[in-house]
Ligand binder design. Structure first.
Ligand code: SAM
Ligand code: SF4
Length: 318
């Protein structure tokens, strides 16, 4: 599918649940979120049907996210059924990694190709603080299992937070020296009810290049990827910078998002949502709805003008 600005839309991100076993301060509001009624959550077969329509329309990459995707019941079945879709080239997942120790091998066997693990600190106390109770050792064990299962190259997502993890930048970069791991620094975005928490903790990713002068720019083979990549001299892995704020990448945006309650979003930072769940349940022509959504994909976000969305990140999936 090509949108009205000539961008090829081939990537669908599916949030399979709005629930999570962590409560990261920049993602989950203080008082939690209002749980979506069970009947309003897309059933697994509905997710597969929708994915099938997208793949038939030219989407060849799907990412499963959440909330925390590994808390969704029967997640392995969803991975297995989605991986079988003809025309799909890549099936990936973004997870906080806390349950990966138990799931990594089964995910690989079910057909998952790649995994991104979110980890904002290498310090157990700080990890417990930012996630409000998470245990770093669970994630580290999950990372080892993911490597052993061959979910490679593994990507670690680090949200850069002023005064919290900017003193760990070099430690994260060092992880790429001897292993085929990509560490990707993501700029903190003001989203949903917790946007005010984020506003004065934002740091531009430029600080990474200022702190680590030896990083060498490398070509990113994936031209639609929002990450700019670098390497340490002789480093095995890469260091990625994802700069939605300081250097917006809307002109090469190739993605559409599906929320756990079946809403389609054509831009992360837009409040506009199209209800696909009811359309599907009413047997409407969902292909037509998808094409229409792609045609109306906005040119760019307006975050820099203070245009923040209401839906919480936990209910979108990143
Ligand atoms: N629970 C999974 C996880 O944490 O990886 C998947 C869902 S989470 C919403 C997806 C990604 O969004 C994570 O890498 C998380 O760090 C990132 N994220 C959440 N809120 C964010 C924010 N305000 N700014 C930047 N990234 C954010
Ligand atoms: Fe949960 Fe991921 Fe949000 Fe953290 S970032 S609260 S792990 S959904």
């Amino acid at each position: 599918m090509i949108d009205s600005y000539g961008r090829r839309i081939n990537y669908l991100r599916i949030s399979v649940t709005d629930l999570c076993n962590l409560r990261c301060r920049y993602c989950m509001p203080e008082k939690g979120i209002k749980k979506i009624n069970y009947e309003n959550i897309l059933r697994l077969e509905e997710i597969v049907t929708i994915s099938q329509e997208f793949v038939a329309l030219g989407v060849d990459k799907i990412r499963i996210t959440g909330g925390e995707p590994l808390v969704r019941k029967n997640i392995l079945k969803l991975v297995e059924d989605t991986a079988k879709l003809k025309g799909l080239k890549e099936l990936a997942m973004t997870t906080n990694g806390t349950l990966l120790r138990e799931y990594a091998a089964d995910l690989k066997n079910a057909g998952l190709n790649r995994i991104n693990i979110s980890l904002d600190t290498l310090n157990p106390m700080k990890y417990r603080h930012i996630t409000k109770g998470g245990r770093l050792k669970d994630v580290l064990a999950g990372i080892e299992k993911a490597k052993a299962a061959g979910l490679l190259p593994l990507k670690l997502n680090v949200v850069l937070i002023k005064g919290f993890n900017d003193n760990e930048i070099e430690d994260f970069i060092k992880l790429t020296q001897h292993e085929e791991i990509d560490v990707r620094f993501i700029e903190l975005m003001p989203i949903g009810e917790v946007r005010h928490w984020s506003l004065n903790k934002y740091l531009s990713n430029n600080i990474i290049l200022e702190k680590s002068k030896e990083l060498i720019s490398v070509k990113n083979e994936d031209t639609a990827s929002p990450a700019q990549y670098f390497k340490l001299p002789d480093g095995k892995g890469r260091v990625g910078l994802i700069n939605p704020i300081s250097c917006k990448f809307c002109s090469k945006c190739n993605r559409i998002r599906l929320t756990a309650d079946g809403k389609l979003k054509n831009c992360l930072h837009s409040n506009e949502e199209i209800d696909l769940r009811n359309a599907l349940r009413n047997e409407e022509d969902i292909k037509k709805i998808i094409i229409n959504l792609v045609n109306n994909k906005p040119k760019e976000h307006k975050l820099e003008q203070g245009d923040y969305i209401d839906r919480n990140m936990i209910a979108i999936g990143g």
